[in-house]
Design a protein around this ligand. Sequence first.
Ligand SMILES: *Cc1c(COP(=O)(O)O)cnc(C)c1O
Length: 241
Amino acid sequence: MTTLSQNLHAVRTRIAAACEACGRSPQSVQLLAVSKTFSASDVAEVAACGQRDFGENYIQEGVDKIESLSAYHFVPALVWHCIGPIQSNKTKWVAEHFDWAHTVDRLKIAQRLNDQRPAHLPPLQVCLQVNIDGGATKSGVTPAEVLALAIDVAKLPKLSLRGLMTLPDPVDGFEAQVAVHTRARALFDEVRAVLNSPHFDTLSTGMTSDLEAAIHAGSTMVRVGTAIFGGRTYAGERPLG
Ligand SMILES: *Cc1c(COP(=O)(O)O)cnc(C)c1O
């Protein structure tokens, strides 16, 4: 076994144990492998172990990987999730190349993604990013505004509104982590009750350091980078060219 396949196996084991500890089915939690800063060949290696969903933060870097990995023709196909900030000038790239966007937090961005989604592709799967812990500099719609945004986004025909996403600041201790994720779950349930859509089924929350707490609180998709691919050597957008 390679390091990457061992890491992936260890993460799946953590997810299964966390599900078991709170009486959930392991199938109720999807694993999104966050491959930002890692190479297309690393992604191919993890995909060869059966992982299909991959998350990218930096749109240009993600598109480069999507294009180079399309040559492998994985069956079933890889599913690409944009989990980084989406500026207006990047919506076209997301609409044309990704399957999911987790970070929609404004109607204007949703409308652009809708308008730019190519007709031959299925609707873009969308989560609304919520600023659940109120960090002042953070992206995400406020909890008070999320329902109104959800109602508007749900009307866009080339988007499929799948749920909510949160990226809380790290906190120490299981109980404190659970408390934050529980607020996200409560908001998710509130919005779901109003929308009453079978497609609204995804709470994207929890990462390497807090996936057990997120699963305990009701996350349905954990986004895990470090525990699969290892530590990252840069944090910002890779310089182009
Ligand atoms: C990098 C990143 C992750 C993965 O974080 P790890 O701590 O490496 O698991 C998850 N979600 C988002 C939005 C990220 O930017």
